[in-house]
Design a protein around this ligand. Structure first.
Ligand SMILES: [Zn+2]
Length: 254
């Protein structure tokens, strides 16, 4: 069987962190969750998800099982420590400053953002759909990290694969909520042939507003709705499709 496919963040790898975004290939889930599904409670047997996770941990060489939470498109934050599991708690930001810990978010079209600070080795995984983006979720995550001793100038960020501006058609209300979220967001919303939003760009602007250095922000440019080979897409396939996992782990200390 093919190994679990994923995209590895270059900027995190260059600083000793593990940061990955899973792709469809290399899992054991059957259609419509084929193949590498991490979405629970959608119809794919839990044993498949567990198996996919086990194989991913091995393939990526994660220090421990990633923490997950119940994501509800808000800005609640959960501190995590040690061996991960699925917390029965609502959180769209999972954060840790403990050794050998991995945190993750589940996505299909929504933007996963991974944050890491090389000095304190603090990490965070953020689930930024349009609601989270409108609520400035990455600004909340950065604020918490700064409050816990992270220096702005050191913080690294990766904007993972998500639905692109080509496919992310939105209504007027959503557009105005996104426009209000940060300076310059208006330029990331196109109003030719309907209204389309550029979620990664709006989140990038929020990171810049938070004081993150431009060269410390990596953007994985792709569109999950356009690329059915590599990505699940809620917009394209509806609710009964798989979910990707975006994981960041603290460095392995020797
Ligand atoms: Zn597209």
């Amino acid at each position: 069987m093919a190994k679990p496919a994923f995209i590895r963040s270059t900027i995190l790898a260059n600083h000793g962190f593990t940061g990955v975004f899973t792709l469809r290939q290399g899992g054991i889930s059957a259609a419509p969750f084929d193949e590498q599904n991490y979405g629970s409670g959608l119809g794919d047997p839990e044993s498949n998800i567990e198996h996919n996770l086990h194989r991913l941990i091995k393939a990526v060489a994660l220090p421990s099982k990633p923490h997950q939470a119940i994501q509800i498109h808000q800005t609640d934050l959960l501190w995590c420590n040690g061996q991960g599991h699925i917390h029965q708690q609502h959180a769209d930001i999972l954060i840790s400053n403990q050794a050998r810990t991995a945190v993750s978010v589940c996505v299909a079209d929504c933007l996963p953002v991974l944050l890491a600070d090389p000095e304190t080795e603090m990490i965070a995984a953020v689930h930024a759909g349009w609601r989270g983006t409108a609520a400035g979720i990455v600004k909340h995550a950065v604020r918490s990290m700064l409050d816990h001793g992270v220096k702005r100038k050191n913080l690294l960020a990766v904007l993972g694969p998500c639905i692109g501006p080509c496919c992310f058609a939105i209504g007027n209300e959503t557009a105005s909520a996104l426009e209000k979220s940060t300076a310059g967001a208006t330029n990331a919303i196109s109003r030719t042939a309907g209204i389309h939003a550029d979620l990664p760009e709006i989140n990038r602007l929020q990171l810049i507003e938070s004081g993150i250095t431009g060269v410390h922000i990596e953007t994985i440019t792709t569109c999950t709705a356009c690329d059915s080979e590599r990505f699940f897409s809620f917009r394209r396939d509806g609710k009964r499709t798989g979910r990707h996992l975006a994981v960041v782990a603290t460095p392995l200390r020797t």
